[in-house]
Design a protein around this ligand. Sequence first.
Ligand SMILES: NC(=O)c1ccc[n+]([C@@H]2O[C@H](COP(=O)([O-])OP(=O)(O)OC[C@H]3O[C@@H](n4cnc5c(N)ncnc54)[C@H](O)[C@@H]3O)[C@@H](O)[C@H]2O)c1
Ligand SMILES: [Zn+2]
Length: 352
Amino acid sequence: MESVIFSNNISFDLSKYLNQLGYSQLGVISDSNTSKFCYPIIEKLLPEGHKHFSFPAGEANKNLNTCSQIWQWMTDEGFDRKALIINLGGGVTGDMGGFCAATYKRGIRFINIPTTLLSQVDASVGGKLGIDFNGFKNHIGVFTQPELVLISEIFLQTLPLEEMRSGYAEVLKHGLIQNANYFSCLKIADWEKQNWREIIEKSVQIKREVVEKDPKEAGLRKILNFGHTIGHAFESFYLNTDKHLLHGEAIAVGMVCEAFLSHKKSGLPKEDLQIITDALTEIYGFFQFFEADIDDIIKLCSQDKKNEGSTVNFSLLRRIGNCDYNIKGTAEEIKEAISFYQSLTSQVQLNQ
Ligand SMILES: NC(=O)c1ccc[n+]([C@@H]2O[C@H](COP(=O)([O-])OP(=O)(O)OC[C@H]3O[C@@H](n4cnc5c(N)ncnc54)[C@H](O)[C@@H]3O)[C@@H](O)[C@H]2O)c1
Ligand SMILES: [Zn+2]
């Protein structure tokens, strides 16, 4: 399991761990935004002569082409097997920079410094690294642990609010799947005003506990996919359209739909379904889409990596704080769940 350090003083901690780890060459990988907002925070404490590689921000660049440039950069800089990489950025930088390090010369060491809420509470833990390939998300990758994950709230100061809100969906998910008490403490109104340090620590702890029991996703780890089977389908379908959803926004839609399925199939009480739909729609609003899109979205659900054969595999709640996995669903049931989500929108419109 990776070591995760919550840092109050990033300069001090990073210097300390760099000294402890030792290296022949040091390289930093960041995207165009984190090069601008986050690299200046650590640059001054890194040794002179360290190298920096920056790539254009965005999921669209989490691909083989960018990896190829990163491997070329490592080669041009003469990185040997004792070189150390710092991935400074959100989940895209961590997944891709980690993948490049884990495969360069059969693997060199890397440190992750996640700079988005989403990457701090989710992508930083669990050792999954990889890239998208020919339109398939996270299609090529490996499991490798970083030497260290260094988490500091300081980076969140420049993160756009919509990116904070996107990451918060994973926080809410952690409460829903594992800890009812935690979920009830999470703010819904004024969600942006919270003790983020406490939230990040608690969410990381929950994710670590799950991953520790099932590192390679043979069973239990699948509960982390609650909301993701339908959520990913929405995310993929509207990618590159003007209705484009951030990951967490799509997962919020997915969690409402899958909470409905949980009520239908795994005993989630009606009151819990109501609490979940109220909370998620208050924070994320209602995503409007066309009736005509639904069949294609359902088709995308069945292409999910978690499926075996043609049935769709869901992770569903038994109640708030308790999640089951490997529950088979049909296209008809998914359609019903999406209709439930749509019915919420029309209820609101009627009430207005
Ligand atoms: N490995 C895992 O277990 C895991 C888990 C969840 C998600 N992911 C992956 O993570 C990615 C999503 O992560 P993300 O939401 O962090 O995406 P991201 O890395 O694209 O970051 C989101 C946006 O915020 C910008 N940004 C990052 N830090 C900033 C800062 N401090 N100030 C200002 N702007 C900043 C980025 O440049 C980008 O535009 C996806 O590719 C997903 O597949 C991986
Ligand atoms: Zn997610």
